[in-house]
Design a protein around this ligand. Structure first.
Ligand code: CP
Length: 312
C-alpha cells in the first residue's frame, strides 16, 4: 500500500474519541486503496500473512463479524473465531483468563465485541496484542463510524460543513456516539433527533444540536443516519409502543419525497423495517445502506493493516 509510511497515533482502536483527524484521513486513504483491491478478480493480498487474529464476540453480530473475518482473510491473516455461547465462559472463566489463554497460543490481534461498555479498554491494560473494539455496550463502535463517514465522504466529498442528522435511539447507541466523535473531527455539523427519553441530557456538550421533531431533522440535513431502537438495552419502557414510535419518528419514502431536496439515507443495520424506516425508504435510491456494508470490509482492512504496521 502506498500509505504505508504513515502510521496511526494509537496502538489499539478502542474508540474514535482517541483518533486524530489525520488518523481518520489515513484510514480513509488506505481504505480507498483496499476498496480498489476488492474490485479485482483476485481480492486477496498477502499483507498480514503470518499474523494471527482472533475475533472475540461476546455479543451477537452479523455485519461486523462477517466484515472483520472477510477483511482479515483478504489480507492473508490466520483467523480464529470465538463465540461466547460455545466457550468455557459458561464454566465461569473470566474475560482476562479467556484472552490470556488465547494469546499464549501466539495471537497477534484481538477484535472484540462485548455487551459491557469499557470491556476492550479494560482488556487493553492487561495484554500486549493490538485490540480493535467491534462494539462495547452503549459506548463506541469505532469501525462502524469510520465506514459510515467513509461512505458519506464517498458520496458527498469533504464532510466539512455537511449537515448530518442522527435519528433514533441516541441514548443506547454506540454507533451514535462514535459517529458524533468522527463527524465532529471531520468538520461536519451534527443534529440528533428522537424522543426526549432517548436523547441523553448531556449530548449538547459534544457540540451537537438536538431536535425532537424528525421532519425538522430531515428538512435540515444533507444526510440522515437512522438508528435502531435498542430494546435489549432498555430496562424500562421509554416510549409507549413501537407503533407509536413508528408514527412519530419512523421515516417513510413519502417523507423523503416531500422534501425540497434529495438527502442521503443511511442505517448501520440491523434495520427494524416498519419501525424506524419503512421498507420503501430503506430500499429507495436515496439509501446507501448496502454501500455502507460493502465499504465496511475495505475500512476494516485499512484499520487492521495500519494497526499491524504500527507494531512492526
Ligand atoms: N452494524 C452492526 O454493528 O451490525 P451487527 O450487530 O450485525 O454487527
Amino acid at each position: 500500500m502506498s500509505s504505508n509510511e504513515q502510521t496511526l497515533s494509537v496502538k489499539n482502536l478502542l474508540g474514535i474519541k482517541d483518533l486524530t483527524a489525520s488518523d481518520i484521513d489515513l484510514i480513509f486513504k488506505t481504505a480507498a486503496e483496499f476498496k480498489e483491491v476488492l474490485q479485482r478478480p483476485i481480492k486477496k493480498v498477502p499483507t498480514l500473512r503470518d499474523t494471527t487474529i482472533v475475533n472475540l464476540f461476546y455479543e451477537n453480530s452479523t455485519r461486523t463479524k462477517i466484515s472483520f473475518e472477510l477483511a482479515e482473510k483478504r489480507l492473508g491473516a490466520d483467523v480464529v473465531n470465538f463465540a461466547a455461547s460455545s466457550s468455557s465462559l459458561s464454566k465461569g472463566e473470566t474475560l482476562i483468563d479467556t484472552v490470556r489463554n488465547i494469546l499464549c497460543m501466539k495471537v497477534d490481534m484481538v477484535v472484540m465485541r462485548h455487551s459491557a461498555s469499557g470491556a476492550p479498554h479494560f482488556l487493553s491494560k492487561h495484554i500486549d496484542a493490538a485490540i480493535i473494539n467491534a462494539g462495547d455496550g452503549t459506548n463506541e463502535h469505532p469501525t462502524q463510524a469510520l465506514l459510515d463517514s467513509f461512505s458519506m465522504h464517498e458520496k458527498h466529498g469533504s464532510l466539512k460543513g455537511k449537515k448530518v442528522a442522527i435519528i433514533g435511539d441516541i441514548a443506547h447507541s454506540r454507533v451514535a456516539l462514535s459517529n458524533i466523535f468522527c463527524l465532529k473531527k471531520l468538520g461536519a455539523e451534527v443534529l440528533v433527533a428522537g424522543p426526549p427519553t432517548l436523547i441523553p441530557k448531556h449530548i449538547a456538550s459534544l457540540g451537537v444540536d438536538v431536535t425532537y421533531n424528525v421532519n425538522e431533522a430531515l428538512a435540515w440535513c444533507d444526510i440522515a443516519n437512522v438508528l435502531r431502537i435498542q430494546l435489549e438495552r432498555q430496562d424500562m419502557p421509554l416510549f409507549s409502543s413501537l407503533r407509536e414510535y413508528s408514527l412519530q419518528f419512523g421515516i417513510t419514502k413519502a417523507m423523503l419525497d416531500g422534501l425540497d431536496k434529495e438527502i442521503t439515507l443511511m442505517h448501520p443495520g440491523p434495520i427494524n423495517r416498519g419501525v424506524e424506516l419503512s421498507s420503501d425508504a430503506a430500499d429507495s435510491g436515496q439509501s446507501i445502506i448496502l454501500d455502507q456494508v460493502q465499504n465496511g470490509v475495505a475500512v476494516r482492512m485499512a484499520v487492521l493493516y495500519l494497526l499491524a504496521s504500527g507494531k512492526k
